[in-house]
Every structure is written in structure tokens, then in C-alpha cells.
Design a protein around this ligand. Structure first.
Ligand code: FAD
Length: 655
């Protein structure tokens, strides 16, 4: 079946070259290769910084396609979407336009780690992204396959240093030249698809892999180190063959929260959102997996797969005897299909059907498209700089799954940053880096270029040491202002709105700071709030807002001061108040690090047994390099600011 799906000429079209808007130039500032989540953000970001840009992708109809799950956001990932939006990227607005079920994950925890998430209507998402791209001024879109990169021979003055000068496309008689190229080929580089015992070349079902010339140039001509990773996707099933009476319904949030700072609402009405359904695997599922292992080539390979989104085969092999959760997720507002999240599999199609029917709610299920796996090459990202430029090739940037990450959000975030820098360098502006103290995008890129990957990398809030400050509610304050004033990728409209919010928040916070009363007086005004009367000093309204159960609305009714002008920011003010002490403490720690750059670090210490909180990777780097000073340690790749804080505290304690 896989072979049929892959090789039928009507499904796989031979790569051709067709422009949508004509190909007016033979030379561009930036060429972006690939119209997935990284490529679409890269192409639009490059134009926003002023670069004439060409996007070349295999099929225009798959621009913005969701290759796997029909959802956006989640814990850590929602932060990335908000940050991409704050830098004027497109995926957040697309999510608001296509979401059919919005919910905030992690709500029982603090707002710093809330995970904004939406189930998407696949067609609407794709339509939004395509419309956005085809209407972007300074962007030309070309349907075609890039066969190879044009790379200069190494510079005799700088051995091993190349320069990219453009690309060559399949069927293209002439090369197309550019100052920068962004490669975002996803799972397509030397891609192979797996189903049962059948293996075929491909980047995604229905799409051929990237041309061999690209891999050859990256590996052989430029000498980049590459690795191999894998992932997989579940079968898509017909909704009308599921017995919903045997599922648990999971309702969306009553009030959807938009991803984009520009949107007050999402497209669908709250009451029209669709539910998801929860079911669980049975011992029969495990039996089918075990009985079919010999028919399952993908699972027999050593290649590393996504740890946090494992196939059902990996789950069964790792945790025998357990029942696993499966979410049945809508594929669209009017779609007849469901996506069974948690059942990614590469068994032969008949065994896939057998496996699904072992679950009571799926006893009569029918499959529309079977699940399959993909294995692909990635480029070890330690060979990139924080701008996502390849260290040894001037003008060549990589973003997305090609850098060893997994997920749309991780791809979009890198794509935006690579596009910004490809555009800036092409128009003779310096490349920029985002720090991990400022953004999750900074954390993502710092982890990739500093530590590299051994398995598909996905974002989590636990990766960000400064998560109290890097919240989904404040990405506009962290990034939109800088995005306009320094980076140049943010529109004046968004900038003005971010400045308005910033100024109003500052005014509101200082107004709250200036109102003080004794604890008994506060208790009189806020009757049901448990404010400790043992406090002898005066309490400001800002401190009172930090109390559980106190809202900004309560303060506006309890106080005569005119603070109700800030009611539209009430949720943000509450969050700012709660996190303020923690963020101020972190700020003081960062300033202390800057002041103590020359502090000597002990040279005879065993970093592996130091009784402080350091990850194994950090211990290994410190042990290998043995930096002389705290400042030297801060500049080592893979050493996080949190590790530096712990190191600083340790040296002071033991002096
Ligand atoms: P993609 O979205 O893959 O886009 C690459 C684009 O480049 C495509 O449009 C392709 O046509 C184009 N292209 C490639 N080569 C060329 C060339 N030579 N010339 C021109 N165009 C080219 N993510 C998860 O988070 N969880 C999962 O469980 C998961 N499972 C997946 C299962 C499968 C089978 C696949 C295919 C992907 C899965 N993903 C999963 C990954 C998710 O789809 C990616 O993380 C995300 O799409 C990466 O975005 P990208 O822009 O890097 O690449």
C-alpha cells in the first residue's frame, strides 16, 4: 500500500519548476528552501527586514501543511508560538484562524508555565499560511525542487571557509543567485518512509525526498557532520466508525485564548468548538504489537525517535503491561477524520487495523490512511552560530527539523530567527543573537548550538531557567519593542500596541505601588481575603495583589484611586504582581554575575561530585575546559546562566 501511495504518478508528481508570481530576478537577497513551518516563517521574516526573497518549495499546495498532528502549541511550545507572534511571525495568527478547540494546559500551575494549545482545522491552517505568503510584498514563490547549493571553494585566506552564492533547481536551466540561503528541508534530507516491511524514499507520504545533491554537498563538499533520526505518525480514522459512548469527552476552554497579541478573539465561536475524546489501550494492543514485531522494519532500527511522542510500539516495549492514553483529536471543523494521538505506528496496514480494533471504542473502526514512519538526516547543530548560520559557510542558514528538532513550533521559531539573520546579513546588517534570559527562542537556539542533539529535541518549560520572566503573557514586552527598534522585523502597528501596553503596565504598577495601608485597613476593604495582621509595616496595593484570591478588579472597587483605567490589563497586572519578587531576585543574580566576572574558579575541583544543581552536560563541559574565571565559564557553549548562578553561590560559600 505504501509503495502504491508513494509511487503512483498521480500522487507523486515529478518535481517541476513553476512560479506563482513570475520569477522576476535571477538574483535575490535571500533564497529559502522548503515551505514547511520553518521555511514559511523564514521567508516572511526575511522580507520584513527588507530582503528581496525567493521561497522554493516542492509543492505550493503543501505550503503550511501539518505533516503530523493537527494542533499547535502546548507546554513550552505555546511560549514559542507567542514569541514568534511577538516578532510578527505568522503561525500564531494562523492558529487563531484555524483552531477548532482551544485549551490552556498546565492550568493548575502558575501562569509562567501555562501551555496555550489549539486543535486545528488542517485546511484552514494551510489556506491561511498560503494566503499570507502569496500576498507578502518582496516575496516570490517558486514551485520546484532545489537540486544543489552553489558554494564557493574554500577561501585561501581562511581555510575551510566557504560562501554560499545561490541554488540550482531541478529542470532549471540557469542557477539562481542570492547572498543568503536558508535551508529548511524538514524530514526530507535523505528521507525514507517505513510501513511494515516496505521502505521507500520519501520526505513525507506523497512527497519525494530532497535531491541527493543537497546531502552530498552538505556532507562531502562542506564537510558538515550529519546524523540520522526518525519519527512516525498514526493512522487517520473515520469519525463515524468510532463508538463515542465508550470514550471520555474532553471539552475545550469556555473562552478560547488567542495565540496572537493582535487578536482579541479567535475565528470560531466558543460554543462551536469541537471536543477531543480520551480512550486507553488494552492488553490486546500489546499482543498485536508483539506478534507483529518481525513485520516492522522501522522499529528494528537503532535510529533515535522522539522520546516525548513515542510510537505505540516503543511505548509497549518500554512499559510492558501498561495501559496507555490515546486522544482522539478532530482534524477539522467539517472533517470526517480523527487523529488518534498516541498511536503512531509502522506496522503493516492489516495489523494496524487489527491493533486499533483491540480498543473497545474502535471495534468497528475504519482507517483512511495508515500510519507510517520516516527516517531522515539532520545536520549536527553545534556547527551553527547563534544566528543559525553555518560556521564554515558564510550566508548559509539552517532551520527546523534539519537541525535535529521535532515539532512545528520549534521549526517556526528557528525559521523566523534564521530568516531575520539571513535577511539582515544580505542587506549588510550585522547578524543578531537572542539570549536565553530573554526568550524561549534563545533557549532553543542556545541548547542546539551549545549542546547539540542526540535525539529529536522538543521544547519544555523546564529547559528555561528564567521561566518566571519568560512567560506567555509578556512575550510582546520582551520581543516586540526590540523587534521593531533593533531587529527590524516588527511592524509599526504591532510596535505601537506593545509600547501602549508597556507604558500602561508601568503606570498601573507604579500607581499600585504608591497606594499603601496597614494590614487591618486592607482587611476592612477586602473582606474575604486572608491578609496576615501580624505585618506591622504598611502594605502596598501591589503587595496585596500578590495574595491568592485578590484580583485587580477587587482593588478597583475597594480603592478610590482612579486605577480602573487599567482594567483591560487586569490579568496581566495580577501575573506581573505575583512574579515580580522572583524576577527581581533573578535580575539581581544576573547583575551579580556581571560584577563578578573576574571571580577565580577553583582548579582542583571534581565537577562531577560538586553538591550543587548542575546538569550532567554542564558538569562535562566544566570538567573538560576547567575555566579560570566565572566570566570564562559564562562564555562556554552549553553553560546556562542558572549553572553560573549555582557556581557563583558555591564559590562564595566555600571561600
Ligand atoms: P517540514 O514541515 O517537513 O517542511 C519541509 C519542506 O521542505 C516541505 O515543504 C518540503 O516539500 C520542502 N523541501 C524539502 N526538500 C526540498 C528541496 N530540495 N527543494 C524544495 N523544497 C524542499 N512532529 C512532532 O512534534 N511530533 C510528531 O509526532 C511528529 N511526527 C511526524 C511524523 C511524520 C511522518 C512527519 C513527516 C513529521 C512528523 N513531525 C512530528 C514533525 C513535524 O512535521 C516537523 O517537526 C515540522 O513539520 C518541521 O518543520 P520544517 O519546516 O522543519 O519541515
Amino acid at each position: 500500500l505504501l509503495r502504491q501511495l508513494l509511487l503512483k504518478p498521480s500522487i507523486i508528481q515529478p518535481p517541476t519548476s513553476r512560479t506563482v508570481c513570475g520569477l522576476p530576478h535571477k538574483k535575490y537577497d535571500v533564497i529559502v528552501v522548503g515551505g514547511g513551518h520553518a521555511g514559511t516563517e523564514a521567508a516572511t521574516a526575511a522580507t520584513r527586514v527588507g530582503a528581496q526573497t525567493l521561497l522554493i518549495t516542492q509543492k505550493i499546495q503543501t505550503i503550511g501543511a501539518l505533516s503530523c498532528n493537527p494542533s499547535l502549541g502546548g507546554v513550552g511550545k505555546g511560549h514559542l508560538v507567542r514569541e514568534v507572534d511577538a516578532l510578527d511571525g505568522i503561525c500564531g495568527r494562523a492558529g487563531d484562524w484555524a483552531g477548532v478547540h482551544f485549551s490552556i494546559l498546565n492550568r493548575s500551575k502558575g501562569p509562567a508555565v501555562w501551555g496555550l494549545r489549539a486543535q486545528l482545522d488542517r485546511d484552514r491552517y494551510r489556506q491561511f499560511i498560503q494566503r499570507e505568503l502569496l500576498n507578502t510584498p518582496s516575496l516570490t514563490v517558486l514551485e520546484g525542487a532545489v537540486e544543489d547549493l552553489l558554494v564557493s571553494d574554500p577561501n585561501p585566506d581562511q581555510p575551510g571557509q566557504h560562501r554560499v552564492t545561490g541554488v540550482r533547481i531541478v529542470d532549471g536551466s540557469q542557477p539562481i543567485y542570492s547572498s543568503s540561503v536558508v535551508l529548511t528541508t524538514g524530514t526530507f534530507l535523505s528521507g525514507s518512509l517505513f510501513m511494515g516491511q516496505t521502505t521507500s524514499p520519501g520526505g513525507r507520504i506523497g512527497d519525494p525526498p530532497s535531491c541527493a545533491g543537497l546531502s552530498h554537498t552538505l556532507r562531502e563538499k562542506i564537510g558538515l557532520k550529519t546524523g540520522r533520526l526518525r519519527t512516525g505518525t498514526p493512522p487517520r480514522i473515520f469519525k463515524n466508525t468510532v463508538d463515542f459512548s465508550l470514550t471520555a469527552i474532553h471539552a475545550p476552554d469556555k473562552e478560547p485564548t488567542p495565540f496572537s497579541y493582535l487578536n482579541k478573539n479567535v475565528w470560531c465561536k466558543p460554543e462551536e468548538q469541537l471536543p477531543c475524546y480520551l480512550i486507553r489501550t488494552t492488553p490486546g494492543v500489546e499482543r498485536v504489537v508483539m506478534e507483529s514485531l518481525h513485520l516492522n522494519s522501522h522499529i528494528q532500527q537503532d535510529t533515535k525517535g522522539p522520546r516525548y511522542c513515542p510510537s505505540i510500539e516503543s511505548r509497549v516495549l518500554r512499559f510492558p503491561g501498561r495501559s496507555h492514553q490515546v486522544w482522539l483529536e478532530p482534524e477539522g471543523m467539517t472533517s470526517e477524520l480523527l487523529y488518534p494521538q498516541g498511536l503512531s505506528m509502522t506496522l503493516p496496514p492489516d495489523q494496524q487495523l487489527r491493533l486499533l480494533r483491540e480498543i473497545p471504542a474502535l471495534q468497528r473502526v475504519e482507517i483512511q490512511t495508515p500510519g507510517y514512519g520516516v527516517q531522515y538526516d539532520f545536520v549536527c547543530p553545534t556547527q551553527l552560530s547563534p544566528s543559525l548560520q553555518v560556521n564554515r559557510v558564510q550566508g548559509l542558514f539552517l532551520a527546523g527539523q534539519i537541525n535535529g528538532t521535532t515539532g512545528y513550533e520549534e521549526a517556526a521559531a528557528q525559521g523566523l530567527w534564521a530568516g531575520v539573520n539571513a535577511g539582515r546579513t544580505a542587506v549588510s546588517l550585522p547578524a543578531l543573537a537572542l539570549s536565553r534570559t530573554q526568550s524561549y527562542i534563545g533557549v532553543l537556539i542556545d541548547d542546539l548550538v551549545g549542546l547539540g542533539v542526540t535525539e529529536p529535541y522538543r521544547m519544555f518549560t523546564s529547559r528555561a531557567e528564567f521561566r518566571a520572566a519568560l512567560r506567555p503573557d509578556n512575550a510582546d514586552l520582551r520581543l516586540s519593542v526590540r523587534g521593531f527598534e533593533e531587529i527590524g522585523c516588527v511592524s509599526a502597528t504591532r510596535y505601537k500596541e506593545a509600547v501602549r501596553v508597556r507604558d500602561n503596565l508601568t503606570d498601573a504598577l507604579s500607581a499600585l505601588q504608591s497606594i499603601s495601608m496597614s494590614a487591618p485597613k486592607w482587611k476592612e476593604r477586602l473582606k474575604d481575603v486572608n491578609i496576615s495582621e501580624s505585618k506591622s509595616s504598611l502594605l502596598s496595593a501591589l503587595e496585596v495583589l500578590q495574595y491568592k484570591g485578590v484580583t485587580f478588579e477587587m482593588l478597583t472597587s475597594a480603592l478610590p484611586e482612579p486605577i480602573s483605567a487599567y482594567l483591560d490589563l487586569s490579568q496581566r497586572l495580577k501575573i506581573e504582581a505575583v512574579y515580580r519578587p522572583h524576577c527581581e531576585m533573578q535580575q539581581r543574580e544576573m547583575e551579580r554575575i556581571r560584577e563578578e566576572e573576574s571571580l577565580s574558579l577553583p582548579q582542583d575541583v571534581d565537577y562531577f561530585s560538586l553538591p550543587i544543581s548542575l546538569s550532567q552536560e554542564v558538569r562535562e563541559v566544566l570538567d573538560r575546559v576547567r575555566p579560570q574565571t566565572l566570566g570564562a565559564a559564562t562564555r562556554l557553549p552549553g553553560i546556562t546562566p542558572a549553572a553560573i548562578v549555582h557556581l557563583l553561590q558555591y564559590v562564595h560559600r566555600t571561600r
